[in-house]
Design a protein around this ligand. Sequence first.
Ligand SMILES: *Cc1c(COP(=O)(O)O)cnc(C)c1O
Length: 384
Amino acid sequence: MNDLVTRLLREELRGQTAYGAPQLEVPVRLNTNENSYDVPPDVVAAITAAVGEVAGHLNRYPDREFTALRTALADYLSKQTGVPLPPEQLWAGNGSNEVLQHLVQAFGGAGRTALGFTPAYSMHPIIARTMGTRWVDGMRGAPSGVFDLTAESAIEQVRAVQPHLVFLCSPNNPTGTALDLDVVKGVLAAAPTSLVVVDEAYAEFARPGTPSAVTLLADYPLLVVTRTMSKAFALAGARLGYLAASSDVLDALRLVRLPYHLSAPTQATALAAIGHHASLLETVEAIKAQRDRIVGELGRLGYPPVASDANFVLFGGLADAAATWRALLEHGVLVRDVGLAGYLRVTAGTPQETDAFLVAMADLPDSHRSNATTPTAEPERKEH
Ligand SMILES: *Cc1c(COP(=O)(O)O)cnc(C)c1O
């Protein structure tokens, strides 16, 4: 950036680095938690027909309230969680990143504070800061050094910071583990006048018996649960994320969204995909099997994995995460360096992709192993 640009740039953005997971052309891409399986032919046919139908009417603005899509999302989420939800409680955007941005636009901003518990999703602080919101990095695992977040610790941090917004992520990216609902309830009780956002981007991959925060919506008017079609639904390229909240929260979001923010092709695509959710979600069990296989094998190889409810695994025991990241890339395997000393994150893909990753891991010379046996959380290094 030249001097003129840097000087004019908003102060809170100076020196910030842009989100930048590498998009490299390598045979095995396991770095952004996409679903490795292509969209199945029946869903491709449905999407193609639906988009074809709206193409002739692109001269008109789309339905600003995306009513049909909200109805379909409400039906899906009600079935998935067992909680009846009317369309009036569903909102969507171009990726859950956009719905997160709507939340911060409406409830954050200058003079407001947001709290998250790191390591968690790197976009939460980025979105907060770009809207001028003060971000506080809360801690997971204090004081034991592991990545769990206990209700006591979360409550204590919420009380100390008194944030306007709290971000929870369950299952948590990049660590993989889902939160106990006691943590969510504890935060809600400790912050009854704050917006509490639970990012459930990976909910469909959770181990059996993991309840969704959607089950708490009826009791907490300032609770928001965000979801996405980018992961389990294998639709990252379509850009469709959504949330469930009270209809009053939705009215607040209508004040900040741009008019007609969901294009007619996006609405048509998402609606067609939701209509075929059973077919799209068929890969979820296969992906979970590969995730559990990665957890088992990495444990045997001496790279301790973190328990995962998602479609990825965080693993440690590395002497130099950046060096291991490069070594895996030389094997044609792209994983994610999330900036945690001694740790890397790998997406669970197809059995063939898992093979390639595990073979590459087994081939690593011993020098890649650290001697440390206890995990430490130090979010200090640059991400790859
Ligand atoms: C991948 C991911 C998202 C999804 O973002 P989209 O904009 O919906 O693609 C949201 N939250 C978390 C924690 C994620 O890891």
